[in-house]
Write a protein that binds this ligand. Structure first.
Ligand SMILES: *Cc1c(COP(=O)(O)O)cnc(C)c1O
Length: 449
């Protein structure tokens, strides 16, 4: 591995401080096998399971070695704000599962979204995004990026190519969207969005949190950068907040529009990222420049939990999808339910796109409207026993939420509707418990609402 000279306890030699990209992969494993075996390949007498390297820093014997770390000539671990062997195992596995060249773990999904934009967009520049977004991302784009001088235009993801293109400006640097809009549950028309991105010469950045690399691999559908809230299905057990950015390595940053990547960085003695790192320019810059300066770093323990969660991702996602589909079908038949939205149901407008982009299943989240509106919805949520009222999705435990009064309450009613939230909407994240138990709990709660 990368530290052959370090013997003895040997923990530091397990994996490098950074995700080094997937070119070292010799097997063409499927995503299920990568979920278990990816990222970390122990050698003789090394721990079978990725260790938690709970250390802020790493010891070196000579000044030249240390200087080479600071000059980015060497990717050995240095300081846990910018890299750590436990993160590296998780990053490497995510890059392998998504089919990218490298990844960067972050302290939250929000940090991943923020860095994915700031890495290529500065004050005075512009982002175009699908308007159907997770509430936190909407708020980042609507409130905080504009304060930093970055303007964001929200477009209807069902608009025509021509209309989406009409929102682009010379200074537009990113096209952003979610695989499955949260909580609208609209599946992205990847073909259309990637065609727009290609024509406008900007990267397509996809939030694949609901998709997961098991159900959907956006790089196969034209995305350039993928981000995740690892807090959701990747962890899967509601233990840790974190995020990750994965780079496909395919975007041409030297098209004249990304000086951040092609012009000298004075904070590294005039280093040019594209020149020095080729197709890993974006993901290495995000780490060595933004993570260094902004410090949105995950704890080694949390990345251990994400690694651990990934080992069962494919098995959990199968059950999440099966259970969600069954719950959606039963809800559709219930007299107290006005409407059900689950992209795996033939009645959902995104059903055809699920067949194309998420053939293994439409993930574990569904929404429905209850007769009696907001008040009945409130009574429903207070009456469930197995299904807990929490601010979360993607947990093995089923959970329920009323977005209009919680996650999306900071948005105006107009903004709520634009991001797919109606006042009567109840969001259910279907867990992997026995599906009949879940349905029985819903039935008894509906009887009380
Ligand atoms: C939760 C979530 C985020 C934000 O992630 P955190 O880990 O909570 O910061 C971003 N996008 C989507 C789709 C989410 O569900």
């Amino acid at each position: 591995m990368l530290f052959p000279e370090i013997s003895g306890f040997g923990l530091l030699g397990l994996v490098s401080g950074f995700s080094k990209g997937v070119e070292t992969m010799d097997e063409q494993w499927s995503v299920e096998t990568l979920a278990i075996q990816g990222g970390y390949r122990p050698e003789a007498a090394q721990p079978r399971v990725t260790p938690i390297v709970q250390s802020t820093t790493f010891k070196y014997d000579n000044a030249d070695h240390m200087a080479s770390l600071f000059d980015l000539d060497c990717f050995d671990p240095m300081y846990t704000r910018i890299g750590n062997p436990t993160w590296a195992a998780f990053e490497q596995k995510m890059a392998e599962m998504e089919g990218g060249v490298g990844a960067l773990a972050t302290s939250s999904g929000q940090a991943a979204s923020t860095l994915s934009i700031l890495n290529i967009c500065r004050s005075g520049e512009h982002v175009v995004t699908a308007g159907t977004l997770y509430g936190g991302t909407y708020s980042l784009f609507y409130n905080t990026l504009p304060k930093m001088g970055i303007e964001v235009t929200f477009v209807d993801p069902e608009a025509s190519i021509e209309e989406i293109k009409s929102h682009f400006r010379p200074e537009t640097k990113v096209l952003f969207a979610e695989t499955i809009g949260n909580p609208g549950l609209n599946v992205l028309d990847f073909e259309k969005f990637s065609a727009v991105a290609k024509e406008m010469q900007v990267p397509l950045v996809i939030d694949n949190t609901f998709g997961t690399p098991y159900l959907c691999r956006p790089f196969e559908h034209g995305a350039d950068i993928v981000i995740h809230s690892a807090t959701k299905y990747i962890d899967g057990h509601a233990t840790s907040v974190g995020g990750v950015i994965v780079d496909s390595g395919r975007f041409d940053w030297s098209n004249g529009r990304y000086p951040e990547l092609t012009e000298p960085d004075s904070s590294y003695h005039g280093l040019c990222y594209t020149e020095k790192f080729g197709n890993m320019a974006y993901i290495i810059k995000a780490r060595v420049q933004l993570m260094r300066d902004l410090g949105t770093s995950p704890s080694p323990f949390n990345t251990f939990m994400f690694n651990h969660g990934l080992e069962t991702l494919h098995v959990r996602m199968q059950r999440h999808c099966e259970n969600a589909l069954e719950v959606a079908k039963r809800l559709e038949l219930h007299p107290k339910v006005k409407w059900v939205s689950y992209p795996g149901l033939p009645s959902h407008p995104s059903y055809e796109r699920v067949q194309k982009y998420l053939p293994k299943g439409a993930s574990g989240v569904l929404t429905f409207g209850i007769e009696g509106g907001v008040e009945a919805g409130r009574r429903f949520m207070e009456s469930t026993k197995l299904i807990a009222m929490v601010v979360h999705v993607g947990d093995v435990r089923s959970c329920v939420l009323h977005p209009a009064s919680t996650t999306h309450r900071q948005l105006s009613e107009e903004q709520q509707i634009a991001s797919g939230v109606t006042p009567d909407l109840i969001r259910l994240s279907v867990g992997i418990e026995n599906v009949e138990d879940i349905i029985a709990d819903i039935d008894q709660a509906l009887a009380k609402s």
